[in-house]
Design a binder for this molecule. Structure first.
Ligand SMILES: Nc1nc2c(ncn2[C@@H]2O[C@H](COP(=O)(O)OP(=O)(O)OP(=O)(O)O)[C@@H](O)[C@H]2O)c(=O)[nH]1
Ligand SMILES: [Mg+2]
Length: 452
């Protein structure tokens, strides 16, 4: 981390101001070389300084330069931020001048990576920063803030601490001073109940983290059914806008139209598909093929039937494809006379709506809530893990603890059991970045935007 890095930290485009951010040992010296105003090398820390950016003698822009000296800065290094006039040409010119004077272009996420490497945040907090920038709902923002604040990290850190104090320390004493206590008594009376307790706590976090993933990633939902039953009308009713084309011609939808709705803070990515029927029309066939593939990938299928028509063989064959899927059966066009018979479909799987009149949509949302137990999701103060890597580490930790429990039950030597427990401790360390894994770290930071 010897070199000084620079990037444009604001979105590149026309705006009132842009910020060019420089971080590293040379940050102040480099900017001072292209700054006309007071001598920045003597400026106090955390001050804003007015002046001009110059190229040789030519004035490029009128700017405010913030000087922030290490260690109380975002990266933990000296940081200079040049607030210049927004506009692509000016901002790029200033970036160029900083580069010419000795800085290197930062990689995406490199400022935050330095913050992590300088010990100012752990990995969960870094993830929180990224999630906060990407948040598109208030729930996602709350989730990210709790990661950023360190609350999620403390939850994991507390578990590690418990493993260390209540279990590993006990075992070490026993290995070092075997005459100290009866090993069997120690394992059965002290270690085993603690292991079980920790395993339960980890399982609870894992369970709840599924909610975190749901808030973060949403639920893939597709609307399927025969042509003309009102699938596109349903999408429009859910989104409260006329996004998909609706006509009374069968086979209207050929391409995929999608939108997102929030139910209890959980985004459902809803996709409208081409009506499924036997067709010899090529474009429609392709659409139908896509619909069938989408069913496979969906976590929820909204299967639409027409209340005004008897059930057809095609309806039955689609229903058969959905046998093992999470689904809601939607009986549409309830404003028209009923000609549909349920033929043994349980009523509790059904919702009656009229997509064109927007009736029954709330009941449908209630069903979605029920199906995914969304009422239970805490959006007030959510301390969930939201990242697939973290969750997989947590699962590994649980497996290791389970192996340790088995080991004790089978009266294995305690130092063998200890290996599993240390593994669990390490896996929890990976989640917060205390056990280093370069690959994981590179993967996380490369997802950041430039200049953060
Ligand atoms: N009466 C009544 N008509 C409806 C209702 N919902 C949709 N329709 C009508 O049914 C016809 C087909 O609607 P779409 O939403 O295009 O049906 P679709 O299932 O998307 O059809 P494809 O894209 O061809 O597969 C249109 O004329 C709609 O106005 C409803 O609740 N009541
Ligand atoms: Mg359609």
């Amino acid at each position: 981390m010897e070199d000084t890095i620079v990037a444009i930290s604001t979105a590149l485009g026309v705006g009132a101001i842009s910020i060019v951010r420089v971080s590293g040992k040379e940050a102040i010296d480099i900017v001072n070389k292209i700054f006309k105003g007071k001598d920045l090398t003597t400026a106090k820390t955390h001050t804003i300084n007015y002046g001009k950016i110059i190229e040789k003698e030519k004035e490029i822009d009128e700017v405010l330069v913030s000087i922030m000296k290490a260690p109380n800065t975002y990266t933990g290094e000296d940081i200079v931020e040049i607030n210049c006039h927004g506009g692509i040409a000016t901002t790029n010119k200033i970036l160029e001048l900083v580069l010419e004077n000795g800085a290197r272009l930062a990689r995406p996420g490199e400022f935050t990576e330095r913050r992590f490497l300088n010990g100012k945040i752990d990995l969960i907090q870094a993830q929180g920063i990224k999630d906060l920038i990407d948040a598109t709902s208030d729930e996602k923002r709350a989730l990210a803030m709790n990661q950023l604040s360190g609350r999620v990290s403390s939850m994991i850190d507390d578990l590690r601490q418990e493993i260390l104090e209540k279990i590993l320390a006990n075992i070490e004493v026993n290995i070092d001073y075997p005459e100290y206590e009866d090993i069997k008594k120690l394992t059965n009376e002290d270690i085993l109940p603690n292991l079980i307790d920790i395993k339960n706590k980890m399982e609870k976090i894992l369970q709840e983290s599924k909610n975190g993933i749901m808030i973060q990633q949403g639920i893939k939902t597709s609307i399927v059914g025969r042509p003309n039953v009102g699938k596109s009308s349903l999408l429009n009713a859910l989104l409260e806008e006329n996004k998909a084309i609706v006509t009374d011609i069968e086979g209207t939808t050929r391409d995929i139209v999608e939108g997102e709705i929030l139910v209890c803070g959980v985004p459902f990515h809803v996709i409208d598909t081409a009506g499924i029927r036997k067709s010899d029309q090529l474009v429609e066939q392709i659409g139908i093929q896509k619909s069938l593939e989408l069913i496979e990938q969906s976590e929820l299928v909204l299967f639409v039937l027409n209340n005004n028509e008897p059930m057809t063989e095609e309806d039955k064959s689609i229903l058969k494809k959905l046998e093992h899927k999470n689904k809601i059966i939607i009986i549409n066009k309830t404003d028209l006379p009923t000609k549909l018979e349920l033929n043994g479909i349980p009523e509790k799987e059904c919702v009656w709506i009229s997509a064109s009149n927007h009736t029954g949509i709330d009941q449908l949302k209630d069903k979605m809530k029920e199906l995914f137990s969304l009422e239970k999701i805490k959006t007030e103060d959510p301390t969930y893990l939201t990242n697939a890597n973290s969750i997989s580490s947590l699962k590994n930790a649980i497996t290791s603890i389970e192996q340790a429990i088995q080991g004790i039950e089978q009266e294995m030597p305690i130092d063998m059991v200890e290996i599993d427990i240390k593994n669990a401790w390490d896996e929890l360390g990976i989640i917060i970045g205390k056990t280093y894994q370069d690959e994981l770290i590179n993967q996380l930071f490369s997802q950041f935007c430039l200049g953060k």
